[in-house]
Ligand binder design. Structure first.
Ligand SMILES: [Zn+2]
Length: 167
């Protein structure tokens, strides 16, 4: 289902659908990251429900990336402990889709440098609970707090048991 590739200093993985509809984009990304190096593995998907899932295949620290023709979003840096986990990232992405009209749109050449730029922002800031997006039409960078699902066994902050039901 997923396609992985090893660049010089880090591993990349792509959602299989993205690899099949945009092979040139994926290859250009591999070359770009090969040329620059960096501390994190990178998982890339064109579907909002899967970048976190793919990122779990890769060594930590890892950054999950969602990309379409209009926007790139680099998720929180996941180190395996602390911060918002990859499963919660996918839930958050699915619930926060401001560009539903862009769903399924294929990233083009312009998205390559956008992905590199926003991944480097995420790596530099190294936040476990913040994602960064870059809007390709206007170059605007925004940060987004990515909240854990309260009941997540891995990263949720509200793990206390529910109070017993009253008789
Ligand atoms: Zn979680």
């Amino acid at each position: 289902m997923y396609h992985t590739s090893v660049a010089a200093s880090r591993q990349l993985a792509f959602h299989a659908q993205l690899s099949s509809v945009a092979p040139a984009f994926c290859n250009a990304l591999i070359s770009a990251f090969e040329a620059r190096g960096g501390p994190c593995s990178i998982a890339v998907s064109g579907s909002r429900d899967s970048p976190g899932d793919i990122s779990q295949l890769l060594p930590v620290p890892v950054v999950a990336v969602y990309v379409d023709a209009f926007e790139v979003l680099a998720g929180p840096v996941w180190t395996g402990a602390g911060g918002t986990c990859p499963v919660c990232l996918d839930s958050w992405l699915a619930m926060n889709s401001p560009h539903d009209d862009a769903r399924g749109s294929t990233p083009g050449d312009a998205a390559v440098s956008a992905v590199v730029e926003i991944v480097e922002v995420a790596e530099r800031e190294h936040r476990g609970d913040v994602a960064y997006s870059l809007s390709m039409p206007d170059g605007r960078v925004q940060q987004h707090p990515v909240l854990s699902r309260r009941d997540c066994q891995r990263c949720g902050t509200h793990r206390t048991a529910m109070p017993p039901l009253l008789p």
